[in-house]
Ligand binder design. Structure first.
Ligand code: PLP
Length: 390
């Protein structure tokens, strides 16, 4: 059956395929340690779960406004003000079913044949997949180990052409855990003044997952680009709510009504009780966020030290998110066959770097959203495997 050409180009996220394969192997009785999928291993904090249950019991069963319930949009604006002193009008906030929906909407809005869209490589695979879907030209912005896996403003600006419609940036970043320093962000924003036709999608979904006293640099902080900035954020990672399908974005006046109409056409609104849970997440106690982060920080040390002790492996210390992106170039393995062999033969699920872009060759991604005990066992297995087969 014939479909539009875009559907022959749409990609996916291999993390879900690895998750499925890990599940199959586990169902066959194999002991699999999953460092593949990027989701916190903690349960959603109980006060948030209770808020959703209460909303259901209170009769919150119907459609809500397409852009989200007013108190939640106000809470998002207040939260951004509390954390960054950012001035955000709740009328520019839309609640969406997951962070992915914001990237889908923004890329759909700007992508068409003849347009260029810049995106990070290695980066979240859905950026490129969606760009290709729209027929726009995907232009990878290299994310380099020697830059601590942050983006380079100079390299990014040099890739902009008159055809560039959208620039996607992501810090803290998936899959590398990199955090781009403020000086580099300043430089990028200054350079964007010369390219007023370029909209910016800033994916800040890991904005609370920073280590070593690092402070998040939000693009909301730059008034000169606010009229073309789309901020992507959400609850999935910060509040361990990946399965709730919740996210939010901030859109400039000129684009907001377009995304509102897209919502009416595509998803009507976000699940009503989930929105009440999201409200509790933002307005209730925040200690669970700090507790999870402290635990991630301990595991980060464990995973980085462990990886650096493996033959042929070196790993810089990621400053954000919950991923390590070790360089496996000296193991004698290409990244994807290595990830596959680690799963099939050592029972450790990881993701090959090329699943995040061509510059991911020579790296694999480990999510340290798993218990310290499992991380240690996984590292032992990887060490044993590489000594045998490296
Ligand atoms: N952006 C980045 C960089 C991510 O890593 C992810 C999830 O892994 C998302 C967005 C999507 O988040 P959600 O699960 O809320 O759709």
């Amino acid at each position: 059956m014939q479909t539009i050409a875009g559907f022959d180009r749409i990609g996916e996220e291999n993390a879900f395929a690895v998750l499925a394969r890990a599940g199959q192997l586990a169902a066959q009785g194999k002991d699999i340690i999953n460092l593949g999928i990027g989701q916190p291993d903690f349960p959603t904090p109980p006060n948030i779960v209770e808020a959703a249950i209460k909303a259901l019991k209170d009769g919150q069963h119907g459609y809500t406004p397409a852009v989200g319930i007013p108190p939640l949009r106000a809470a998002v604006a207040a939260d951004l003000h509390r954390r960054f002193n950012a001035e955000v009008n709740p009328d520019n906030v839309i609640v969406v079913p997951g962070g992915k929906v914001t990237m889908f909407s923004a890329i759909l809005m700007f992508g068409e044949p003849g347009a260029d869209i810049l995106y990070p490589d290695p980066g979240f695979p859905i950026y490129r997949s969606m760009i290709e879907f729209t027929g726009a030209r995907p232009i990878p912005v290299p994310i380099r180990e020697e830059n601590g896996f942050g983006f380079s403003a100079e390299e990014t600006l040099a890739l902009i052409t008159p055809e560039t419609r959208l620039l996607i940036v992501n810090s803290p970043a998936n899959p590398c855990g990199g955090v781009t320093p403020k000086a580099e962000v300043d430089k990028l924003v200054a350079g964007l003044a010369a390219h007023p036709q370029v909209a910016i999608l800033s994916d800040e979904i890991y904005d609370q997952m920073l280590y070593d006293g690092e402070q998040h640099v939000t693009l909301l902080d730059y008034p000169e680009i606010r009229d073309r900035l789309i901020l992507l954020n959400g609850w999935s990672k910060t509040y361990a709510m990946t399965g709730w399908r919740l996210g939010y974005s901030v859109w400039p006046d000129g684009l907001y009504d377009k995304v509102r109409k897209l919502a009416v056409n595509a998803w009507s609104c976000v699940n009503a009780p989930a929105q009440f849970a999201a409200l509790e997440a933002l307005t209730g106690p925040q200690d669970a966020v700090a507790t999870m982060l402290a635990e991630f920080d301990k595991r980060r040390t464990l995973v980085v030290d462990g990886l650096n002790a493996l033959p042929g492996v070196s790993c810089i210390t990621p400053k954000g998110a919950f991923y390590a992106f070790p360089n496996v170039g000296e193991t004698g393995w290409k990244a994807k066959p290595l990830a596959s062999a680690l799963l099939e033969e050592a029972g450790v699920a990881t993701i090959g770097g090329p699943d995040f872009g061509v510059l991911g060759e020579g790296y694999i991604r480990l999510s340290y959203a798993n218990s310290a005990e499992n991380i240690s066992r996984a590292l032992d297995r990887m060490g044993e495997f590489l000594s045998r087969k490296g």
